[in-house]
Design a protein around this ligand. Structure first.
Ligand code: GLN
Length: 311
């Protein structure tokens, strides 16, 4: 793939997306997220050589929301190793990101680390033995290190907005606590969860942060290892099967890459061995995934032949 070709495809797709009238609905259950301009669109692809192809609002920070769950999973696996899987499963849920129904049947063990209940359990694992403030500092330092950018920050207004209105997540956490799945005080675990969801990053920063997943656990530009190759492969597998909630099958069918969405409208997608990709368009589809983001990624993998399932 020549650089010029990659640049051309990325800017063509951004132009096409700009002209589409169907943009989905911006999330409003977190009031602060509803203030975002629904016409925003950014796309960044960083290839194995470190070439950065950008289009649209690629430098505008947005709320990464559930995309943060990829990075908290990485930290929790680093801390607990395979013991993490006693607290959380790794099967697709087939239900909404904030669903509570499966928790009763499965005695408080969430289906996977990317639905809200699972991510709250993962956050609880990272929190054990630390104060919430220390853990948030650790998560933020990790994101800054991966993005190679010390300006990555938490949007306190978004965190406070979710803290005020996060009744479902509060219910999920209390329900898990009743089964003994959370070790820390519910308020502490949720405080860390709401804040890591409120990390703001641009498409460029996010694509940088995802590079280790595309390249066997290490950043190919710096040579620094983040996780062993086997762990990167497994995180990608969970992203493929669970990264888009009840839309994970559709995303695999249309895009064919491991990916993780957030209700802020971002998607991080990984083309193993080839590239780390971040797209942002705030309007969501019925499953809570970026509507145009998915369409843009479908166009990208089709034109570049990047689906992991072949052309
Ligand atoms: N912070 C959001 C929530 O817990 C994350 C959900 C998402 O991005 N899908 O509801």
């Amino acid at each position: 793939m020549s650089r010029a070709n990659l640049d051309r495809v990325v800017s063509e797709i951004a132009d096409e997306m700009r002209q589409r009238p169907d943009r989905g609905e911006v999330a409003s259950y977190i009031p602060e997220l509803a203030r975002v301009d629904s016409k925003s669109f950014g796309l960044v692809v960083i290839d194995a050589e470190g070439h950065v192809a950008v289009a649209g609002d690629s430098e505008t920070p947005f709320s990464i929301q559930s995309i943060s769950k990829v990075f908290t999973l990485t930290l929790a696996l680093g801390k607990a190793g395979d013991r993490l899987w006693r607290r959380v499963g790794r099967e697709p849920s087939g239900s909404a990101f904030n669903s509570i129904v499966q928790l009763e049947h499965e005695r408080g063990i969430p289906r996977n680390p990317f639905i809200n209940a699972g991510a709250i359990a993962v956050t609880d694992v990272i929190l054990s033995g630390h104060q919430p403030r220390e853990v948030l500092g650790e998560i933020l330092r990790f994101m800054r290190f991966l993005a190679d950018d010390s300006s990555v920050a938490i949007d306190e207004a978004v965190a406070a907005s979710e803290q005020r209105t996060g009744f479902r997540n509060i219910a999920l956490a209390n329900y898990m606590k009743s089964f003994g799945v959370l070790d820390n005080p519910v308020d502490f675990t949720l405080g860390v969860y709401f804040h890591h969801c409120a990390i703001a990053m641009s498409c460029r920063q996010l694509a940088m942060a995802g590079r280790f997943l595309a390249h066997l656990g290490r950043n190919p530009s710096t040579g620094l290892s983040v996780v062993p190759p086997e762990r990167a492969r497994r995180i990608n597998a969970v992203m493929l099967t669970c990264g888009h909630y009840d839309g994970s099958g559709e995303f695999a069918y249309r895009v064919g890459l491991p990916g993780k969405s957030g209700v802020g409208g971002g998607i991080l997608a990984i083309a193993p061995g080839k590239a780390s990709i971040a797209v942002w368009s705030p309007g969501l589809d019925a499953s809570g995934n970026s509507h145009l983001g998915r369409i843009a990624l479908e166009a990208l993998t089709k034109r570049l032949g990047w689906s992991i399932f072949g052309a």
